[in-house]
Design a protein around this ligand. Structure first.
Ligand SMILES: [Zn+2]
Length: 181
């Protein structure tokens, strides 16, 4: 009895408060179905969420909220899965490997200014937008926040990250420019 009570009292986090542990034991929970699922399910969640948020709060606010969520995801992913005590090249190499393994995108650094720390990177086969119909928009606000969050975890500095090319804008890769705020 005391064990049950103790277990219950240890549950302090609400489902609506993000923690890495709150993602759960997926392997344990999905013994037959496994840890992977089709990209369409990810996009279905993402784009219906965007639709509802845009209806409720307007498009600009919805994009801002997506960016914030992306930042939290990037920061948490970096803190929980990456070694942050390596040099920049080591960090990039590790990030490329992780993003490929998790099938997020194929990452390439196009430019990095060692002095200002500004950068340009591309994400090919991006999880969020590759293959979308061309609407003439940059749609990867979540990714902007995601990249900013990854870099915040590694550098301790806030980056402003903007998508300058996107599949939805007719390009074949997403290209992001970042600079320290
Ligand atoms: Zn994009």
């Amino acid at each position: 009895m005391s064990n049950i009570f103790q277990e219950k009292s240890n549950i302090t986090n609400k489902h609506s408060v993000f923690t890495w542990e709150g993602l759960g034991d997926i392997k344990e929970g999905r013994g037959n179905l496994g840890e992977d699922m089709p990209v369409i399910v990810y996009r279905l969640l993402e784009y219906t969420m965007l639709h509802v948020l845009a209806e409720e709060f307007g498009e600009e606010k919805a994009n801002e909220l997506f960016q914030k969520a992306g930042f939290l995801a990037g920061e948490q992913l970096a803190r929980n899965t990456l070694d942050l005590n390596v040099d920049f090249d080591g960090f990039v190499e590790q990030l490329q490997k992780t993003m490929r393994e998790l099938k997020i995108a194929i990452l390439r650094i196009e430019k990095f200014d060692a002095e200002t720390r500004d950068f340009t990177l591309t994400a090919a086969e991006d999880l969020d937008c590759s293959g979308l119909p061309a609407t003439g928009e940059m749609v990867c606000q979540y990714d902007e926040g995601f990249i900013s969050g990854l870099l915040y975890a590694y550098t301790g500095k806030k980056y402003t990250v903007r998508e300058v090319d996107c599949w939805a804008n007719g390009d074949r890769v997403c290209r992001f420019r970042g600079s320290v705020e």
